[in-house]
Design a protein around this ligand. Structure first.
Ligand SMILES: CC(C)(COP(=O)(O)OP(=O)(O)OC[C@H]1O[C@@H](n2cnc3c(N)ncnc32)[C@H](O)[C@@H]1OP(=O)(O)O)[C@@H](O)C(=O)NCCC(=O)NCCS
Length: 161
């Protein structure tokens, strides 16, 4: 059993803009690295998160100042079939050496609190193979999209247990 990391700090990316490249690199390598893509495909929209408007937003987890994970709050996560749903928790990522120590759940809960503070009554996410992870955090299956995508849309009312 691994011990959880103690004293994780969670900040908004606009408070620690020096970690912008690290977060963009994580997201690019995990989801966007394909022939023809450059990191700019991630960096261009992520720059808006540096403005400190609160929405869209990036939260980053720090262990003694070292970035260990991040998560985004977006207006849309590209689910064309469901344009009416907003906002979305997206791109939850924990650096491999920091996984299985509770950082991911802390990021999810911090994003839920932020969404609640912004007044959002619902929050959505796209789960591929991590449905159980989110069920454990109190999320519910909203619907399953069949066909090419085969993804599960999950939903939670932020601010409620
Ligand atoms: C998914 C992800 C964010 C989880 O973050 P995390 O910080 O590792 O989350 P947890 O600490 O809850 O650990 C997750 C797993 O470790 C287990 N775990 C948690 N704490 C543990 C501990 N102290 N000892 C042993 N196992 C533990 C959990 O049961 C869970 O098991 P699973 O991997 O079989 O589901 C991370 O694995 C990741 O970044 N993956 C790549 C990107 C990705 O898939 N993002 C999600 C998109 S939907």
């Amino acid at each position: 059993m691994l011990a959880g990391i103690e004293n994780i700090t969670i900040k908004h990316l606009h408070e620690v803009p020096e970690h912008f490249d690290t977060v963009a690199n994580w997201i690019y390598n995990q989801w966007w690295k394909k022939p023809g893509n450059t990191e700019e495909v991630v960096k261009a929209p992520l720059r808006e998160h540096l403005q400190g408007k609160g929405f869209p937003a990036t939260l980053i987890a720090l262990d003694k100042g070292v970035p260990v994970g991040s998560v985004l709050l977006l207006e849309s996560d590209g689910v064309d079939e469901l344009p009416e749903l907003t906002p979305w928790l997206a791109a939850l990522y924990v650096a491999p050496q920091y996984r299985r120590q509770g950082v991911g759940p802390q990021l999810v809960q911090a994003l839920e609190q932020h969404a609640a503070q912004l007044g959002f009554g619902q929050l959505y996410l796209v789960a591929t193979d991590r449905v159980d992870f989110y069920l454990d955090l109190g999320w519910q299956v909203h619907l399953k999209l069949v066909g090419n995508t085969g993804i599960t849309i999950m939903q939670k009312s932020p601010g409620r247990p």
